[in-house]
Write a protein that binds this ligand. Structure first.
Ligand SMILES: NC(=O)c1ccc[n+]([C@@H]2O[C@H](COP(=O)([O-])OP(=O)(O)OC[C@H]3O[C@@H](n4cnc5c(N)ncnc54)[C@H](O)[C@@H]3O)[C@@H](O)[C@H]2O)c1
Length: 347
């Protein structure tokens, strides 16, 4: 089997490649990435890209069909991957996350690829505090990033069929260690604050709901999606990926971190404007479809994993929110040095 992973040089990609090396030992793994965050290594023992067979440094907006020759499956991770970046680079977000994704799926089908897995997001539910959202619930994207996921899912659905299986995994917010750790994810931020300064600063009033998932459990979900039978979910499937036990309010995540790491103070911004992005999600369908690929990590062992990983790195940067562990800061730095142009192409 030949598997192309776009966006393999980010946070999830290296964990996914390590996982695929074990779950698909005979597969040829091909990576394709712009390399925006190539230099953002954290606790990596080796360059994670040593684990793929072929690495393309390429723009998914300009991908050539020859790269897809004999490829059986695509895992499409490449994206401008959060709301702050989506706000700063809105047009580019639509280009990369939406238009390029649809073009890629179209080209993949034409080239005979059999399985296309899209990294979507539960953020497409937007404001959904009243009851946990299922796949049949109304979507309510509140940001450019969330809209890009909604539009892509809507359009790639049309290509499914005739032996082309499309799976849109609506992921919970990721957390946990990775060779390219991000600290702009809520739980990772809280553990980093606890380790560096014994302080967790919640930027909101702490009430928003977020479902979470460990990045290693995302890799297991992608493994399932690549090879799932179309009897499970059909030729097009959009499914929430996470678990019902991992729906938390942001303040409860902070309390859990303070339980694991003693002596940590929590400050909640009671004056913060309400964060409308608050959603609870129902994961029953994923449980039914993929009983053998359910999340294995829980909140406590993920916090412990992050604590141990950050301690191993000797992490002590109290100002980490100004650092390149935040994806937006890295892009801004590359822009500031004129290494990237306004379309986020290498200058
Ligand atoms: N991290 C999460 O909480 C989360 C949750 C739900 C869904 N997702 C989705 O999973 C995917 C991966 O997320 P991540 O956390 O690893 O993000 P990331 O930002 O760490 O990685 C994204 C990768 O895509 C690459 N990329 C961006 N534009 C590109 C382009 N034009 N051509 C080629 N490569 C390009 C970047 O260089 C980067 O390596 C994204 O699609 C994201 O939206 C992530």
């Amino acid at each position: 089997m030949k598997i192309l992973i776009t966006g393999n040089m980010g946070y999830i990609g290296p964990c996914l490649v390590s996982h695929f090396r074990k779950s698909f030992p005979d597969a040829t793994l091909i990576g394709l990435d712009m390399g925006y965050f190539a230099a953002c290594l954290s606790n990596s023992e080796i360059l994670p890209e040593c684990r793929v067979d072929i690495q393309y440094f390429d723009d998914v907006r300009k991908i050539q069909s020859v790269i897809l020759k004999d490829v059986d499956a695509i895992v499409h991770l490449s994206a401008i991957s959060n709301d702050p970046m989506g706000k700063t680079f809105e047009a580019v977000t639509m280009d990369i996350n939406y238009r390029a994704s649809v073009e890629l799926a179209k080209m993949a089908k034409a080239m005979g690829v059999k399985s296309f897995v899209f990294a979507s997001s539960c953020s497409m539910y937007g404001a959904a505090e009243d009851s946990a959202r299922t796949e049949a619930s109304q979507l309510n994207p509140l940001t450019a990033y969330a809209r890009s996921k909604v539009f892509t899912e809507r359009d790639i659905k049309n290509f499914a069929g005739d032996g082309f299986k499309v799976t849109s995994l609506r992921f919970s917010t990721a957390c946990g260690m990775s060779p390219r750790l991000r600290l702009d994810l809520v739980l990772n931020d809280f553990v980093a604050g606890a380790i560096a300064s014994k302080q967790i600063t919640i930027l909101s009033d702490g009430t928003p709901w977020r479902p979470l998932i460990n990045v290693k459990d995302m890799a297991r979900a992608i493994e399932w999606a690549i090879s799932r039978d179309t009897m499970d979910g059909g030729e097009f499937l959009a499914v929430n990926v996470g678990s019902n036990e991992w729906n938390y309010q942001v303040k409860d995540l902070a309390y859990a971190v303070a339980d694991v790491i003693p002596g940590v103070k929590i400050s909640i911004n009671k004056n913060a404007a309400p964060d409308k992005r608050s959603y609870r999600v129902n994961f029953d369908y994923y449980k039914k479809l993929a009983p053998d690929h359910q999340p294995k990590y829980n909140l406590i062992n993920t916090i412990e994993e992050l604590r141990d990983g950050l301690e191993d790195m000797g992490f002590n940067d109290e100002k980490f929110r100004d650092s390149n562990y935040m994806r937006l800061n890295m892009l801004n730095q590359l822009r500031g040095k004129k290494l990237l142009n306004e379309n986020l192409e290498w200058a």
